[in-house]
Design a protein. Structure first.
Length: 389
């Protein structure tokens, strides 16, 4: 395994040496990338002698004649990037697409998971601009570790201290272990809502935004899964090389069946919000408004239940959206749909950036989590998948 360790200009830069050493002791290769400002606090030689590897600072200079741009060479085979300490300046550049040195160019070019351990004075951390940038990056899936409350550089107590190297290591290591397990495994993922036609223009649907599914996709992609996506309607644009877009539950069912045979997933996550009811008699033309009408809704098929009859070795993960008797109902769905894991959530999660989840497994265990971003929640789901693998 290999990580890129970004170091920026903060007094906490010396702690990056310790962090790098912990990674190396745990058999993880470290490529240090230092910003010029970090050199006010630590030296290139310290990194090279303590981490026993070449350290990168310049974007051009000696590397200008190389065939491959230096940032791409550094990124090759990297499993994650950790920027510790990370200044307000680097957070701002990353959030706003500025690539004016080696580290910021690497950050903008990468598709691997980025961890940021901020270090700055509390006034800076609390500023509106920094908080907006942090929010932007979190939304893009960047994981923040800290900052912590403690003694700051001016001896005042406040929030802004970089987390201790041991804590940063543990969080990144957890992710790397998951990635090691899941790299090149196959995931079939569905998300988005279905639409059922009433007539040629009207549909019945639901309020699912697809954001949870997108968060699962982002996490799975960073873990190195080979992914196939089957997507209903979502509140955002989404594109991917193995993507099948569907509209009705019938199309979704047929597409899942085919993809199951063709793709042979190791893990199947059914996050799509499928309509439970379909209009009994679909009108071919637009119904005129000159009279009142009644629409009779038939019960739809349960896709997950049908597909799970053929599950064999695939791990099945379903969702349960409940607002009463939540545990009883979720347990019932886990059994009836023959699932390995069910993620229980409540209607508050619809369209939100955050979700309160419980994860239930076949062993009868129930794990409760605090309110999490959908990205954090998706990590918890993959941690649970490891337990049942
Ligand atoms: N699901 C499905 N086919 C349906 C309805 C739901 O495959 N026709 C899947 C969902 O994708 C989800 C799980 O089943 O993973 C549970 O969905 P949920 O809406 O919570 O429950 P339902 O089974 O639809 O039951 P109810 O609406 O009565 O709670």
């Amino acid at each position: 395994m290999k990580i890129i360790l970004g170091v920026t200009g903060s007094v906490a830069a010396f702690k990056a040496l310790e962090l790098g050493r912990i990674f190396i002791k745990n058999q993880i290769d470290v490529i240090p990338v230092l910003t010029k400002n970090s050199l006010y606090f630590v030296g290139k030689d310290s990194f090279e002698s303590l981490l026993k590897t070449e350290c990168y600072i310049e974007m051009f200079s000696k590397n200008i004649l190389q065939k491959e741009p230096i940032h791409l060479k550094i990124l090759r085979d990297a499993d994650a990037i950790v920027v510790a300490p990370c200044t307000a300046n680097m957070i701002g550049k990353f959030a706003n697409g500025i690539a004016d040195d080696l580290l910021s160019t690497i950050l903008l070019s990468t598709k691997v998971q980025v961890f940021i351990a901020p270090a700055m004075h509390e006034d800076l951390w609390d500023s509106e601009a920094v908080q907006e940038n942090v929010k932007k990056l979190k939304k893009r899936g960047v994981i923040f570790i800290g900052p912590e409350k403690g003694e700051l550089s001016d001896l005042k107590i406040g929030k802004g201290r970089m987390s201790e190297p041991e804590k940063i290591f543990k969080e990144v290591y957890e992710f790397l272990k998951l990635r090691e397990k899941f790299k090149n495994k196959k995931l079939l993922l569905t998300f988005g809502r279905t639409e059922e036609d009433i007539d040629s223009v009207r549909v019945i649907t639901n309020r699912s935004s697809g954001k949870m599914g997108k968060a699962i996709f982002d996490t799975a992609f960073k873990m190195g899964f080979e992914i196939s996506v089957i997507k209903g309607k979502t509140d955002f644009e989404f594109d991917f090389k193995r993507l099948k877009e569907v509209r009705t539950s019938y199309e979704m069912f047929e597409t899942i069946k085919n993809e199951f045979i063709e793709f042979k997933p190791d893990v199947f996550i059914m996050n799509a919000a499928v309509s439970d009811f379909i209009p009994h008699l679909k009108e071919k033309e637009k119904i005129k408004k000159d009279k009142e009408i009644e629409i009779f809704l038939n019960k739809n098929i349960d896709i997950l239940k049908e597909i799970s009859k053929y599950k064999e070795n695939t791990i099945f993960v379903g969702f349960a959206l409940e607002d009463k008797d939540i545990f009883e109902n979720a347990k019932k769905k886990l059994i009836e749909k023959n699932l390995d894991i069910i993620v229980l959530n409540t209607p508050e999660a619809l369209s939100s950036e955050f979700t309160k989840i419980w994860i239930l497994n076949k062993k009868g265990e129930i794990k409760e989590f605090p309110l999490l971003s959908k990205k954090e929640a998706s990590l918890k789901i993959f941690e649970e998948i490891i337990n049942v693998l």
